[in-house]
Design a protein around this ligand. Structure first.
Ligand code: TRP
Length: 337
């Protein structure tokens, strides 16, 4: 049976944290290892530039960091095709052609884009760039270039997939049935709160543990996690339901130990410091194999480059094939080249 082609992507604007891990990486690894899929991951540097155009060095650096994160968690380039978006010029070509098939009003109504524009006032002020407003068009090109049928995403990405489907339908109705209409597959991902209880996790918020953090960094971050504000003295009875340390224990600590931690906290028998130390150690142990694997690849930059080049070349073959069909359908195949 032919394997189902799936496509996912990340903007390389920072190293990946445990929110990314539980939110999408676990799911990708599971799909990769099930053998049922032909997974593709796009390192979306062109998309990252839409809101980081003034910081190209940051994007460049993070392409490598994100690749190291993928390798360290067990994304296997033998099974998953990893490509760098900007090195597939067909995506840029498709973006131009698709831009005729979507209105400005439709892009302005896209809920994901709308939310992001509101969040990025400090970058765009009152007037958003053409490139940022149009990134859903470029993402439609990402997906269709590889004829991706399934797109495993979190809920925030659904409006982008819907926009892609509209573009595909419009393209196919005007030029002929060429493009594959993708389907979003909602991942059973967990959305993890930051160590401060914030729903969003990120570098600027300082509330994220990165997959590549050192044991010292992990300990420091865990020690600053938000606990039950009503618990002042060590023998006060605590409420684990409002404690981020307890929330994180549930992710990294065995069921048995979690139960013990909870009961001792409620009885006022366990202090927050001891509880945090135990959590920090569990996170350190959990991430240790990833840290080790990362180190292996960090020490072999030529190997990492080779894997990126090979993945991109492989992915480009699909994109070239799509481009050939698209040019033919759009009456742009003037010469046999
Ligand atoms: N927009 C996605 C994000 O911000 C990243 C992305 C780029 C993507 N191209 C994609 C996701 C194609 C799925 C398919 O997370």
């Amino acid at each position: 049976m032919e394997k189902k082609k799936i496509l996912t992507g990340d903007r390389p604007t920072g190293r990946l944290h445990i929110g990314h891990y539980f939110g999408s990486l676990v799911n990708r690894i599971e799909m990769q290892n099930s053998g049922e899929y032909d997974p593709h991951i796009l390192i979306a540097d062109v998309q990252a530039l839409t809101d980081n155009f003034n910081n190209p060095e940051k994007v460049r650096k993070n392409v490598k960091e994100v690749m190291l994160d993928y390798l360290s968690v067990g994304i296997d380039p033998e099974k998953t095709t990893i490509v760098i978006q900007s090195m597939i010029p067909e995506i840029a070509e498709l973006t131009v052609f698709y831009s005729n098939l979507v209105t400005i009003a439709r892009l302005e109504r896209n809920p994901t884009v709308k939310t992001e524009i509101a969040q990025k006032r400090e970058i765009f002020g009152e007037s958003v760039t053409y490139g940022f407003l149009g990134y859903p068009v470029s993402q439609a090109a990402d997906i269709t270039a590889f004829q991706g049928k399934y797109v495993p995403v979190g809920e925030d990405q659904l409006p982008l997939i819907e926009q892609c489907r509209e573009i595909v339908r419009k393209f196919n109705s005007i030029y002929g049935e060429v493009l594959v209409e993708p389907e979003a597959v909602l991942s059973k991902a967990k959305r993890i709160k930051g160590l401060d209880g914030n729903d969003k996790m990120g570098k600027s918020l300082g509330n994220a543990i990165y997959l590549s953090d050192t044991p010292e960094e992990i300990t420091k971050k865990v020690m600053s996690a938000v606990t039950d504000p009503n618990r002042i003295r060590k023998d006060d009875k605590g409420n684990p339901d409002v404690c981020m340390v307890s929330y994180y224990h549930n992710l990294f600590t065995s069921k048995e130990d979690c139960k013990a931690v909870c009961e001792e906290c409620k009885a006022g028998k366990r202090g927050c410091v001891a509880c945090k130390k135990q959590l920090a150690q569990n996170i350190i142990d959990y991430l240790a194999p990833m840290r080790e694997k990362r180190k292996y690849y960090e020490d072999r930059p030529e190997l990492v480059d080779k894997l990126l080049i090979e993945g991109t070349e492989k992915g480009r073959e699909d994109a070239k094939e799509t481009m050939r069909k698209v040019r033919h359908a759009m009456r742009l195949d003037y010469f046999d080249v």
